[in-house]
Design a protein around this ligand. Structure first.
Ligand code: ATP
Ligand code: MG
Length: 468
């Protein structure tokens, strides 16, 4: 009785998820063999198929919702692959951030197939499938080119026919070999067109194809992505991939500023920002991405700047990996501080009285982060955190936490930055919430307090006498 009712529930759930479709003029099941012929037919284009017993990806490591989408596609006769970063992370034994799916179903077909879904994007349309709890699974039709390639072609009105492609083309349009692997839900195998499996095993970061320079020139952000994945995995960047990076690092300036900003902010938040910064500097990308920062790394203070930069980013990584909340404002302040603290303008802000030089700090910050812009709320808190640094030094020198200092909204984060800098420099730290702890008492004129306390004591003893 219970079994049949649970079976019925399951069926009902299934029915709800799979939207009822009107019979399609061409049955997807008939389309599959044609695609497969295209996929495996031409000699020399065969992918390497790694069967289930030879790899470690198990369905229990894949999100329930992603599995539902994969099976729904497969059951309706479409190809359904897990693609991109999720396959890479699963093979590395990490939990993927998101599970992206690739298929030969077109966006309109996907929209019909999934009741709760939406087509997003204008030229490179993909489908978001929505689940309870706000989870979104991204499903994209196999493409023959990346959305950042051939921008001119986009302008010339090249249509869908030239965007969608075969699974092979979809693998080759990707950035790195380790990101070009597919997990096939039909037989649980891995499909490798790009040599990603061998590179994963050997710990190599390699741009897909045999001309990394060409790939970088098509989309310079790929250079940042190569550095990102080398920093995250600790893999070695393959010689041609590295040479191309050294040669074309300045081309990153050709990319949209907002896109580059999102990329480096992602790296700061990644938990691997220290190795990322080291590789960015080594490859020359740092100078192209942060033209307002790089001069400090070549100045006579470069030793201090590097020590602070790597030390602070190391602490940021520790906090991120421990799951601590690190606001964007603190992250920006922490990243800017090593550059800021060696400028004469910053030193000029050291005065013997409490002062919040927000205007000056804001303009220094914009110079460091030129040409990037930030949300005003984030930038203003970062400015607060930085401009409180001299005030904290004054409080420590006077042995007193002034209310004007500790009642600022960014006080905790300001002390946190102060302490992290102290730690990197090997100096004593303050610790959290110093104003709530009885700190060292400031020197006081003892006479007044003594007389007052004697009077109080006399009053108390008198009152006690009366009561007696
Ligand atoms: P993360 O763990 O940071 O999400 P990811 O590799 O999944 O890493 P995404 O930005 O989510 O990165 O991109 C998804 C996939 O899209 C990548 O794995 C890669 O195959 C492809 N991709 C992303 N950016 C590019 C690009 N600029 N050029 C070519 N392919 C790209
Ligand atoms: Mg991803």
């Amino acid at each position: 009785m219970t079994t049949s009712s649970s079976k019925a529930n399951k069926y009902r759930r299934k029915k709800k998820f799979y939207k009822k479709r009107s019979p399609a003029p061409v049955q997807p099941a008939q389309r599959l063999p044609a695609e497969q012929a295209d996929l495996f037919g031409s000699p020399g284009l065969h992918p390497r198929i790694i069967p289930r017993p030879e790899h470690c990806i198990s369905r229990k490591d894949i999100d329930r919702e992603a599995l539902k989408v994969l099976y729904c596609l497969k059951d309706n006769g479409y190809m359904a692959y897990l693609v991109g970063g999720s396959v890479r992370d699963l093979l590395l034994g990490k939990r993927p951030k998101d599970f992206d799916i690739g298929t030969n179903a077109r966006p309109e077909e996907l929209k019909k197939l999934f009741r709760h879904s939406r087509i997003i994007g204008r030229r490179f349309r993909l489908v978001h499938v929505y689940f309870r709890g706000g989870k979104i699974i991204e499903v994209s039709t196999f493409r023959c080119r990346s959305e950042h390639d051939d921008r001119e072609a986009a302008g010339n009105g090249i249509g869908d026919a030239n965007i969608f492609g075969s699974p092979r083309e979809d693998a080759f349009r990707r950035d790195l070999s380790i990101n070009g692997l597919f997990y096939n839900i039909a037989d649980f195998s891995i499909i490798d067109y790009v040599g990603g499996m061998a590179d994963l095993k050997q710990g190599i970061i390699r741009v897909i194809g045999d001309d990394p320079e060409h790939r970088y020139l098509k989309d310079p952000v790929r250079m940042m992505r190569a550095v990102r994945h080398a920093a995250r995995t600790g893999f070695t960047i393959e010689a041609n991939t590295w040479e191309g990076l050294l040669k074309h690092s300045d081309k990153i300036r050709l990319c949209a500023i907002s896109r580059v900003r999102e990329e480096w902010l992602k790296d700061l938040r990644s938990g691997y920002s220290r190795p990322w910064a080291e590789l960015m500097i080594k490859s020359g990308l740092f100078g192209s991405v942060f033209p307002g920062y790089v001069s400090a790394l070549e100045s006579e203070d470069k030793g201090l700047v590097r020590k602070l930069l790597f030390g602070l980013l190391g602490h940021l990584d520790r906090m991120v990996n421990d799951g601590a909340e690190v606001s964007d404002a603190l992250m920006l302040a922490l990243f800017a501080y090593p550059r800021l603290c060696v400028t004469p303008e910053w030193q000029a802000l050291k005065v013997g009285r409490l002062k919040w030089p927000t205007y000056e700090v804001r303009s220094m910050l914009s110079e460091i982060f030129l040409p990037y812009d930030f949300r005003r709320s984030v930038r203003d808190v970062a400015v607060q955190i930085l401009s409180s640094q001299w005030n904290i030094s004054i409080c420590l020198a006077k042995g007193k936490w002034f209310k004007r200092v500790w009642n600022k909204a960014a006080f905790r984060e300001s002390v946190m930055l102060y302490d992290l800098v102290q730690e990197v420099l090997g100096q004593p730290v303050i610790g959290p919430d110093p104003h709530l702890r009885p700190g060292p008492k400031p020197l006081k004129k003892s006479g007044k307090r003594k007389r007052r306390s004697q009077r109080v004591r006399r009053l108390i003893s008198e009152s006690e006498e009366v009561r007696v």
